[in-house]
Design a protein around this ligand. Sequence first.
Ligand SMILES: O=C(O)[C@H](CS(=O)(=O)O)OP(=O)(O)O
Length: 238
Amino acid sequence: MEIQTVQTVAAIRPEQMAGRTVIVIDVLRASSTIVTAFNCGFASVIPVETSEQAYALRSSDTVLAGERHCKKIADFDYNNSPAAVRAGKHTGKHLVLTTTNGTRAIQKTKKAKHVLIGCFLNALACIEEALNKNCNITLYCAGTRGEFALEDGLAAGLMVHLAKKRAAAIHTCDVSEALEACYLQMAPQLPERLLTTTTGRRLVQHQYTEDILYCGQIDLLKIVPIVREKRILSSVSS
Ligand SMILES: O=C(O)[C@H](CS(=O)(=O)O)OP(=O)(O)O
């Protein structure tokens, strides 16, 4: 089995998708919001690209969340914010989510065999679920506004490290190796280190420090969101 890591949405090649298990990693904040949504009782998450698509899905069963330039979209219920989502109880509802990078990354995974959503919060559960699927794995970092995002790379590095502990014979690409080394060096400073990444600084400016510190917690949840057609459902790993 082999693990490749892709640093941005634009960098992914068709062969890094087809027949593989792809883990979409957007630590700040889409992946963390999705994992948290399931922990708060949502039955599914519906990722959409535009606010118009989200408005069209508004009903008594849906809650709309999303951001543009880090700010909540007008008339939406929530920002793309795990702290906001976990403030309420949403049993059985469906979260419609649109974000700058994360939901765009998810839309581009149609050719993958399996698509999982990962971040620090569910790193161990997510990589274990991926290994159990017995396909080659792509760690697909969403990045920020077309650029590599360090927090996504660190979460990928953690998953590489966990995968190698579980399956010593696993093959990895050089990017995966570099990010594992980077994660191991920075791990003692998490989650505070995330405050100084490009996205972290932007979110601090918009007063979302609470989100960043929450998103930097490792293995808080055993929830593994999985993309099925146009929805994301949850499996809870044992
Ligand atoms: O608000 C977020 O969490 C980010 C916005 S950005 O990266 O600062 O543009 O969106 P996301 O799609 O979750 O990366």
